[in-house]
Design a protein around this ligand. Structure first.
Ligand SMILES: NC(=O)c1ccc[n+]([C@@H]2O[C@H](COP(=O)([O-])OP(=O)(O)OC[C@H]3O[C@@H](n4cnc5c(N)ncnc54)[C@H](OP(=O)(O)O)[C@@H]3O)[C@@H](O)[C@H]2O)c1
Length: 218
């Protein structure tokens, strides 16, 4: 397939690019700093564009099969996080213009505030308040996608991330804001390589189209 990767210079994005190339896909990595991409491959094109501008993105989306987003915007104590919604609005606008209908994007467990009651004491009272501005903007982006009827979107929600390559572990999934039987994994987290593996595996099926799926590994 012809795949666009957004956030390709990030920790999950790099696993995504490498795995996609290994699987034989043709990858266009859209980045703000091309110098950060170290991998070289005949099937990899690296382009610089603005993820907040549909005009900047649309030419690179033409002829592509799917957009995979591993974008991340850090928490700020001084201003609300807006990167998820602002970039997604530009991306969807560019997808419409370029006639690309499929996007897989990542957010996180517990974007919906009341779902946090299911997490451990430490996560509920220390971690989640710290990252609430990120989670709130992720949730707003998820709601924007839910109202986007002309696009086949999937929101992938992982728990905490650690820098580990893809494993062969079985995935646990749940249509919701966390994986109930994966509760203990929230402290141990999931490998970024496995998140990339999960997102790429979605391309071979119609599973989770127009749905949010919480995932982790067994
Ligand atoms: N940390 C966790 O435990 C955890 C848990 C669940 C979900 N998540 C979420 O999962 C996603 C991926 O996480 P990660 O740790 O792999 O992310 P990451 O390493 O921080 O990478 C973020 C990516 O977004 C790009 N980006 C940020 N601001 C941008 C901007 N203004 N314009 C263009 N590109 C921009 C970065 O580009 P540059 O390289 O140019 O900066 C980078 O490629 C994030 O949304 C994160 O919040 C994280």
């Amino acid at each position: 397939m012809k795949i666009v990767v957004l956030g390709a210079t990030g920790q999950t994005g790099q696993y995504m690019v490498n795995q996609a190339l290994q699987q034989g896909h043709t990858v266009t990595a859209i980045v703000r700093n091309p110098g950060k991409i170290t991998v070289r491959h005949d099937d990899l094109k690296v382009v610089e564009a603005d993820v907040f501008s549909a005009d900047s993105l649309k030419a690179h989306f033409k002829g592509q099969d799917v957009i995979m987003s591993c974008l991340g915007f850090p928490t700020s104590f001084f201003s609300p996080v807006t990167g998820y919604t602002l970039s997604m609005k530009a991306v969807i606008g560019a997808m419409r213009e370029a006639q690309v209908s499929r996007i897989v994007t990542m957010t996180a467990w517990y974007t919906e505030p009341s779902s946090g009651v299911n997490s451990s004491f430490l996560i509920r009272f220390f971690l989640l308040p710290l990252i609430r501005s990120v989670l709130n903007n992720m949730l707003e982006m998820e709601r924007f996608l839910q109202e986007t009827e002309d696009v086949n979107w999937t929101v992938v929600r992982p728990p905490g991330l650690r820098n580990q390559p893809a494993s062969a572990q079985e995935f646990l999934t749940h249509e919701g804001y966390y994986v109930p039987e994966g509760g203990e994994n929230m402290t141990t987290a999931v490998g970024r390589g496995d998140v990339a593996r999960f997102m790429l595996a979605l391309l071979g099926s119609n599973a989770w189209v127009k749905k949010g799926v919480a995932m982790t590994t067994k």
